[in-house]
Design a protein around this ligand. Structure first.
Ligand code: NAD
Ligand code: IPM
Ligand code: MN
Length: 358
């Protein structure tokens, strides 16, 4: 069955890592005999420049007609002083909201071959396999924003329903994994966090096989670095999830390897790396495409039910790391670092080789 994918490259390194991921997708299509129909559309700064809006109607239409969305990254200094409605990031927030993609899954797994690249001690970074379930369409990101004469405010607001659905999602995912759920909040200060904690406690009875702990976000920020293998599933609000996921990338060695899926409970989803547009390395051809390539694997698995194909991408990425090939962000010897395209070629060769030997 042919699957339609809307591809939104965005800004900075977005187009570079998306191009790499599409090459890998095509290799997988060839190997497993799938046709993927790809429709490109504009988002972020690129869309502002072309259409004077960060999320054009045409892009929304293309996404509506697709089975899934692949997104690179948005943002950059060129648009940093634009008014709020004309910021690239607004396009990203709008697309998440438009498609009600309330659950952002951000897996963090240590690759044995990358342990040298992590600033953490090997024994700390080893054996980490956690999943951050970040609420994505509510909280302080979407509450009313105001500027007054002598100040500014951002409202943090969550409805019961918004919390219930993300918490249910996290419990379900914990059931499928090691059965441990850590709910992260700031219940010692914030009312939204107190409601969040109450709801997690109410839901516990429905999931007796899941072991639940509550933890305050400041302390989790510390424990995530001192004892990351303690965690299985972490469920948290929009803002805390954003911050903790970049922090967790340190465990793996680079932000350039963390993928994500933004879903809503059916097969539709938006897939994007956790990282941003990295303007300082844009155009140099040195960005790590692994996060976007692994986001494609998440797309194949979650949106298309192609488990074997997804596993093949993960296997290939892992094999290339095992062979000692790295982009600049991960290379301990920078002289030997591969470019984005060279590293992607290795992944594709890995996929093709296994095709021949099958
Ligand atoms: P960033 O994630 O773009 O970069 C943080 C650091 O990680 C930089 O040193 C960067 O060079 C490095 N890095 C990120 N991805 C990399 C990759 N694939 N390979 C190698 N190195 C990589 O965060 P930032 O610098 O704070 O933000 C830059 C812009 O990106 C801002 O405009 C921000 O709003 C935007 N942003 C967008 C998204 C998104 O589109 N999902 C996410 C985060 C930030
Ligand atoms: C992310 C990014 C976005 C977020 C920004 C660019 C709006 O940091 O996807 O993690 O905060 O959600
Ligand atoms: Mn972020």
């Amino acid at each position: 069955m042919e699957k339609k994918i809307a591809v939104l490259p965005g800004d900075g390194i977005g187009p570079e890592v998306v191009a790499a991921a599409i090459r890998v997708l095509k290799a997988v299509g060839k190997r497993f005999k799938h046709d993927f129909e790809i429709a490109y559309a504009a988002i972020g700064g690129a869309a502002i420049d072309q259409f004077n809006t960060p999320l054009p109607e045409e892009t929304i239409e293309i996404c509506k007609q697709s089975d899934a969305i692949l997104l690179g990254a948005v943002g950059g200094p060129k648009w940093d002083h634009n008014p709020p409605e004309l910021r690239p990031e607004k396009g990203l927030l709008q697309i998440r909201k438009t498609f009600d993609l309330f659950a952002n899954l951000r897996p963090v797994k240590s690759f044995p071959s990358l342990l040298e690249s992590s600033p953490l001690k090997k024994e700390v970074a080893d054996n980490v396999d956690l999943l951050i379930v970040r609420e994505l369409t509510g909280g302080i990101y979407f509450g009313e924003k105001k500027r007054t004469e002598d100040g500014a405010s951002d409202l943090c607001i969550y409805s019961r329903k918004e919390i219930e659905r993300i918490v249910d999602n996290a419990f379900e995912l914990a059931k499928l994994r090691r059965g441990k759920l850590c709910s992260v909040d700031k219940a010692n200060v914030l009312e939204t966090s107190r409601l969040w904690r109450e709801i997690v406690d109410e839901k516990k009875a429905q999931y007796p096989e899941v072991e639940v702990e509550h933890n305050l976000v400041d302390s989790v920020a510390m424990k995530l670095i001192t004892n990351p293998s303690h965690y299985d599933v972490i469920v948290t609000d929009n803002m805390f999830g954003d911050i903790l996921s970049d922090e967790a990338s340190v465990i793996t060695g680079s932000l350039g390897v963390l993928p994500s899926a933004s879903i809503r409970g059916d097969s539709f989803g938006l897939y994007e790396p956790v990282h941003g547009s990295a303007p300082e390395i844009a155009g140099l051809g040195i960005a790590n495409p692994a996060a976007t390539i692994l986001s494609v694997a998440m797309m194949l698995q979650y949106s298309f039910g192609m488990k074997e194909e997804a596993a093949e991408i993960e296997r290939a990425v892992n094999a290339v790391f095992e062979d000692g090939y790295f982009t600049r962000d991960l290379a301990t010897d920078k002289e030997k670092a591969l470019t984005t395209d060279e590293w992607t070629d290795k992944v594709i060769a890995e996929i093709d080789t296994s095709f021949v030997s099958d």
